[in-house]
Design a protein around this ligand. Structure first.
Ligand SMILES: CC(C)(COP(=O)(O)OP(=O)(O)OC[C@H]1O[C@@H](n2cnc3c(N)ncnc32)[C@H](O)[C@@H]1OP(=O)(O)O)[C@@H](O)C(=O)NCCC(=O)NCCS
Length: 117
């Protein structure tokens, strides 16, 4: 937060933090570095809201294209990003450890007008 990276948290009604997203922005490119929603709060739209808000925050910084990596087997994250307009751009072989697994590289362009993918 001190270095002004795009960092969002999602709060439930009582103020509990139930999710977060962290990104990186450089010139017109952004990368979503991490995204997580507490297990008890999944499938309620929190992840979708976080990614949409992050895309808008990145757009406000001049970002026009966003990348991220996701484990090949991560059905939930891949479903979420697909619904939000991310498309497969490539694969990084054996990118992850514990367990070893390929990363799928995803990409989405951001509309300058709306901040949406
Ligand atoms: C991936 C994650 C952030 C999704 O958060 P979420 O708040 O549950 O997601 P949402 O409720 O906003 O779901 C939005 C869409 O994503 C897809 N989706 C989410 N979870 C899914 C699952 N378990 N299986 C299939 N599709 C899923 C669906 O298309 C869903 O839309 P729908 O509910 O209308 O069908 C959450 O599962 C998580 O924290 N996982 C562990 C950490 C992680 O994998 N982070 C991503 C690293 S790249």
């Amino acid at each position: 937060m001190a270095s002004d990276v795009p960092f969002l948290v999602a709060e439930a009604d009582g103020g509990d933090v139930v999710g977060y997203a962290i990104a990186h922005a450089a010139a017109d490119e952004g990368e979503i570095l991490n995204l997580g929603v507490a297990a008890a709060h999944r499938r309620c739209g929190v992840g979708r809201q976080l990614v949409r808000a992050m895309m808008a925050a990145l757009a406000a910084r001049g970002v026009r294209v966003v990348y991220l990596e996701v484990r090949e087997s991560n059905v939930a994250a891949r479903g979420l990003y697909d619904r939000l307009g991310f498309r497969v751009q490539g694969r990084r072989s054996r990118y992850y450890r514990h367990p070893v697994e390929d990363a799928i590289l995803l990409r989405a362009a951001i509309s300058a007008e709306t901040g949406d993918a």
